[in-house]
Ligand binder design. Structure first.
Ligand SMILES: *Cc1c(COP(=O)(O)O)cnc(C)c1O
Length: 424
């Protein structure tokens, strides 16, 4: 079973203060991982990771990542606000949105964010969205950075979660990107980036290296076509994590070495020296270092054996939504033989509310802790209130072993706060 940064005795201590279910994040492991990523890419002057806020939108975690110079990849008003509140403004925000409302472009503009357009019509939309846009662009050429999100279509193979690029709603075709960069240049823009996001939960480093190579050569060809000089390419997020036993974590050093070789061949030879490499990962930054801690509430033996937890799909919807696999650890029974097969369920009135299906585990009893691993990204943040379920607390396990609440659990009052019973 997977080693955990806490044991049963520690959980007893924590749960006495914060009843299960809760999410808990391992600060030490997140820092070590951030350090590893930064070190691997230190050859690229100006390398930056923009943490994808949607993965774990908690200001305490964002602040922790800011220690390593990580910016914020935002795609909504709330995420922009979170970035600002942790002190990430200006080019520390990558605004990678789609189907974007005018007020969000305005807010991103006011914060000085890098504006990463999702479509060729969005450049014209900015003239409507932002007052005196044309004049401001000309006045502020030194600090305004624009980027286009490239969608390679059939040129790039698919990926299980994000799907085939040509079926994805995101991004520009190459021709549209060329046209848009020319238009932006004409309007007075001088600072440019190029972006793509074609992977999700990808564990093959070659796929990510190929993506970087694709962007390097595209940047060179767009430069040739338009005269635009690129400051950065952003290879997006999508680096996977080993959810399943036997899978191998992405080796950041191997990935970096591969990208560095592509950089030497495609960037330096094309004379684009100084091109910065950006990424906007979420999952591989915090995913493996967050845990959903719950307890067995009921054991039920019908056509199958069911372990019903006090957590449900509203705390972690990946298994129910994608059939995703998450490892399960039973603290206190780490060394017990795995002799029983369970469906591990929550309490939603939906039969896909299962954290595991037909999983071999130690014999479970009421009150046992059940820890669901790899819940540190796209976990709590995907939560919802269907069936009147409340979102759980988020805790941070500090390096000195102390535990801090970084988001309280929702209460029934929170649930009822948006309802108006007048006239009922
Ligand atoms: C979701 C998303 C990310 C982060 O993806 P991960 O799989 O968490 O790395 C980055 N950029 C964009 C545009 C996204 O939509």
């Amino acid at each position: 079973m997977r080693p955990l940064p806490f044991d049963k005795a520690k959980l007893d201590e924590i749960a006495a203060k914060w009843p299960t279910p809760f999410h808990i994040y391992d600060a030490r492991a997140i820092r070590e991982n951030a350090k590893r990523l930064k070190k691997a890419f230190s050859w690229n002057k100006g390398f930056r990771e923009y943490f994808a806020v949607k993965a774990t939108p908690n200001p305490h975690l964002m602040k922790l990542l800011k220690e390593f110079g990580f910016g914020s990849d935002c795609s909504s008003m709330a995420e922009l606000e979170l970035a600002e509140r942790v002190g990430n403004t200006g080019d520390l925000i990558m605004f990678t949105s789609n189907d974007t409302p005018a007020e969000e472009f305005r807010r991103a503009w006011d914060l000085g964010a890098v504006i990463n357009l999702d479509d060729t019509t969005h450049w014209d939309f900015l003239y409507e969205a932002i007052p005196s846009f044309a004049a401001k662009v000309r006045e502020e050429t030194d600090r305004r950075i624009f980027c286009c999100r490239y969608n390679p279509g059939p040129l790039k193979g698919g990926n299980a979660i994000i799907g085939k690029p040509e079926e994805a709603k995101y991004g520009f075709t190459r021709e549209q990107a060329v046209e848009c960069y020319a238009k932006m240049k004409e309007a007075g823009v001088t600072r440019f980036g190029l972006h793509t996001m074609v992977a999700s939960n990808e564990l093959d480093p070659e796929y990510i290296i190929d993506t970087a190579r694709m962007l390097f050569s595209l940047a060179a060809s767009i430069h040739d076509a338009t005269g635009v000089d690129f400051e950065f390419v952003n290879i997006g997020g999508g680096i996977g994590i080993p959810y399943k036993p036997g899978q191998k974590a992405m080796d950041f050093q191997y990935l970096s070495d591969g990208i560095r070789r592509a950089y030497a061949e495609d960037v330096e030879k094309a004379g684009m020296k100084g091109l910065k490499l950006y990424m906007e990962c979420g999952r591989c930054i915090t995913g493996p270092y967050g845990y959903l801690v719950s307890r067995v509430r009921h054991i039920k033996n019908t056509y199958r054996l069911y372990a019903g937890l006090d957590a449900c799909m509203s705390n972690l919807m990946r298994p129910g939504m994608y059939g995703a696999y998450h490892e399960i650890v039973v603290p206190g029974k780490e060394n017990s033989a795995t002799t029983s097969v369970y469906d591990v369920t929550g309490s939603l009135c939906e039969n896909n509310d299962k954290f595991a299906v037909q999983r071999l585990l130690p014999v479970l009893e009421r009150g046992d802790y059940v820890v669901i691993c790899d819940a540190g990204a796209h976990g709590h943040s995907m939560g919802f209130q269907y069936n009147g379920k409340l979102r759980s607390a988020e805790l941070l396990l500090e390096e000195d072993g102390s535990v801090r609440e970084i988001r309280r659990a929702e209460t029934l009052d929170d649930y009822f706060a948006t309802l108006d019973f007048t006239g009922i």
